[in-house]
Write a protein that binds this ligand. Structure first.
Ligand code: BG6
Length: 485
């Protein structure tokens, strides 16, 4: 659907990695699909290129290769590039912002400032925009990581909040833009079937995994100062958890959804520093083999300290203190250089209260719902069925919904959806400040506990992380999904 609202999309960090890999390709896809107003403009801002011609050359050389989904349609590419203006800007020079304001003077419609820069530049950029009046009636998009802990995240939010009102601020968590995450909302709140069972009476435990085969790539320096807890848990995993666990919102408007997510985040059982080793496992990968290829140890990656204590793997047991979920463990897990690339949610239902069908029914297990977010989005519902033949012998079977078989339309990339939402003023899929604060508050005792002592447990690249992650589940009489197969 094409937006009728005209817009000017100002991209700070216009020659950065994120612009090259995600933002410009997503804007191209939206353009090619006819979803951008014809008069909409993209104004890239950077220091490196001298002029528009130089910038467009950079775009042609670097961005095209990242337009994966549809390939390049040369006609659409040419008209996309026509939308792009360029402003060379040095953040330290106040006069450059006057130049930017002048360049934007003739543009009409919604104005978006996308800060695809390091977080240390967020506040200086906001101040400079305000100094030339560009904050008025504009939207600002902030990329993660937004801060390093609660204090630094509050400092950024306070400073940005003096210049932009909360409803002007779009904090990106790209997981919220993924089609399967949208589908999770559809599954839970579009079907009468699951919701009555989605509670402690019927659910024994829930697992949420985001596993990656990739290592830290070219981001060793950044990652070594960040670690998996800040990089993946504080944002993506806690956002997924809040969508899995939230109460049905009254509507899909932005604050209804975000209010419900916030309630979950505020209900997370605080971690007692003395219990950290019981509920949190951290690991760091050593050399290993992934799909037949040897990969080096984390500590030898470029930009990483050789004696680094940064975790590349986290597993947690989380509890939610409310009536719906009291006593149900949520096991969260993420890591780099694991055995497979997979993101999934596993809902383990309780066994039947009384097995009239005998011991084989109990042995065959209980119902389970697996929601695979990536790769190959699918939903699999495990049920018990009678094996053919004599006697009542049960076996676990499954009903599958593979989305690519059902829907012929291709999925929309997360960034494409989120950028269209910014342009169209839809805030539901962006993280509100109070959500972010609640998430930082909850992870902080773990960060502090880990910083104070010990080191991550080693695991070989290409495995599922340290054995302690399996032991944590074994204490609750369960195991990670892949350990059953
Ligand atoms: C980013 C993290 O937010 O998410 C990366 O900074 C991680 O470290 C990435 O690789 C994973 O996203 P996706 O969409 O590839 O699962």
């Amino acid at each position: 659907m094409q937006t009728d609202s005209s817009f000017t999309f100002v991209l700070f960090g216009g020659t950065g990695d994120l612009s090259m890999r995600k933002i410009l390709p997503a804007l191209y896809e939206a353009h090619r699909a006819g979803m951008l107003a014809a008069s909409g403009k993209i104004v890239a801002v950077a220091r490196h290129e001298e002029d528009r011609a130089g910038y467009l050359q950079w775009v042609n050389e670097h961005v095209k290769a990242h337009v994966a989904k549809s390939g390049i349609d040369e006609g659409a590419w040419a008209s996309f590039v026509d939308r792009i203006e360029y402003v060379k800007l040095d953040l330290g020079k106040a006069e450059d912002f006057v130049k930017l304001r002048d360049a934007l003077q003739d543009q009409s419609g919604t104005r978006v400032f996308y800060l695809a820069t390091g977080p240390s530049l967020f506040v200086p950029i906001c101040h400079a925009l305000a100094s030339v009046g560009l904050n008025e009636n504009a939207r600002i998009v902030l990329e993660k990581p937004l801060g390093y802990d609660l204090r630094s995240s509050n400092a950024i939010n306070d400073a940005v909040g003096e210049i932009f009102a909360e409803e002007q601020i779009y904090r990106i968590d790209h997981y919220l833009g993924k089609e399967p995450v949208q589908n999770l909302l559809a599954l839970r709140f579009g079907n009468a079937l699951f919701e009555p069972l989605w509670r402690r009476e019927w659910v024994e435990s829930i697992q949420i995994t985001i596993a990656e085969e990739l290592g830290v790539e070219a981001r060793g320096d950044f990652y070594d100062n960040t670690g998996a807890l800040r990089d993946m848990v504080q944002n993506h995993l806690l956002q997924l958890l809040s969508i899995v666990a939230m109460e049905p919102p009254h509507s899909m408007d932005s604050d209804s959804v975000r209010d419900e997510k916030l309630r979950v985040l505020r209900a997370l059982k605080p971690i007692d520093p003395r219990d950290i080793s019981k509920v949190a496992v951290r690991g760091q990968y050593h050399a290993g083999v992934i799909r037949g290829t040897s990969v080096p140890a984390y500590a030898t990656e470029s930009g990483v300290k050789t004696d680094s204590a940064t975790e590349t793997f986290v597993a947690l047991k989380v509890e939610i203190e409310n009536w719906r979920w009291a006593g149900v463990p949520f096991f969260l897990r993420t890591g780099k250089r694991l055995a497979d690339r997979v993101a999934e949610i596993v809902v383990n239902f309780r066994a039947v209260p009384h097995s009239a069908l005998g011991a084989s029914a109990l042995r065959a297990g209980a119902n389970r719902l697996v929601i695979r977010l990536q790769p190959n989005e699918m939903i699999r519902l495990y049920c018990l069925a009678k094996k053919p033949g004599e006697g009542m012998n049960l076996s676990s079977v499954h009903l599958d919904l593979a989305f690519d078989q059902f829907f012929k339309e291709g999925q929309m990339e997360a960034y494409q959806r989120l950028l269209l939402d910014v342009i169209n003023g839809r805030l539901a899929l962006f993280v509100r400040r109070d959500e972010q604060e609640a998430a930082w508050k909850w992870v902080e005792p773990i960060l502090n506990g880990w910083a104070a002592s010990g080191k991550p447990k080693p695991y070989a690249a290409g495995t599922w992380g340290p054995a302690a992650a399996s032991a944590m589940l074994a204490q609750h009489g369960t195991c990670w999904l892949e350990e059953e197969n």
